[in-house]
Write a protein that binds this ligand. Structure first.
Ligand code: G3H
Length: 212
């Protein structure tokens, strides 16, 4: 069987302030999640059912909140021949780009650009932020990554962001993509997706809330 683990970054300064986008660092709680995630990875992702160490892959986005969330995760990750722990940093895993609305809160968007806020409500998957992205744009930029993800034999831990993981999760479990923009992907939770080749690639899901 093949396991894919997905998690959002630990709580960021912008999460705490309710702001969109940016490249903020983690809060105290987010840093604590980073430490707990490292322990979880060591005990679960990097060990097989018999407790033997096994290799895995680690992917983050290019934003510091995912890189900081993964920073305590120990070896051994897959050796791709150029470094022991192959953390791959992908811009394709970056959060939905809110363009001109980066750094605003939803309340500010509502107040300053009410017409845009209602357009988004009517068509959340198709709505594109001014000079920014839509959920359809996320679907398009995840496409090449999904192909790579599915080709691996080792477990992969993907540390990314809410909107991106909504899309990735929905694809991996086979949900209708129209549901993706509202899919719940909570903070401080690892979602484990296991594929069983003997059951037609059927996927089982386990969620681990690590707090705090
Ligand atoms: O910061 C962006 C959020 O993760 C995306 O959430 O698509 O529900 O606005 P939303």
């Amino acid at each position: 069987s093949h396991n894919i683990y997905i998690t959002r970054h630990g709580q960021s300064e912008y999460n705490a302030a309710g702001k969109l986008g940016g490249n903020p660092p983690l809060t105290e709680a987010g840093q604590e999640y980073a430490r707990r995630l490292a322990k979880f990875a060591e005990e679960n992702i990097c060990k097989d059912d018999r407790g033997e160490t096994r290799k895995a892959r680690l992917w983050t986005s290019s934003l510091q909140r995912t890189i900081l969330t993964a920073e305590h995760i120990q070896h051994p990750f897959v050796d791709d021949g150029w470094q022991q722990m192959s953390t791959r940093v992908y811009r394709n895993l970056d959060e939905i780009f809110a363009g001109e609305y980066e750094g605003l809160t939803y309340a500010e968007i509502e107040k300053l650009h009410g017409d845009e806020a209602s357009l988004r409500k009517m068509d959340k998957i198709g709505y594109r932020y001014p000079r920014g992205e839509s959920y359809f744009d996320i679907i398009a930029r995840l496409d090449p990554l999904v192909q790579e993800l599915e080709s691996y034999e080792e477990a992969v831990l993907v540390v990314s962001h809410q909107a991106v993981l909504r899309v990735l999760y929905s694809y991996l479990v086979g949900n209708d993509r129209e549901l993706a923009p509202k899919q719940e992907i909570p903070l401080h939770t690892v979602v484990k997706l296991s594929y069983d080749a003997y059951h037609d690639g059927a996927c089982t899901e386990t969620r681990f809330y690590l707090g705090p």
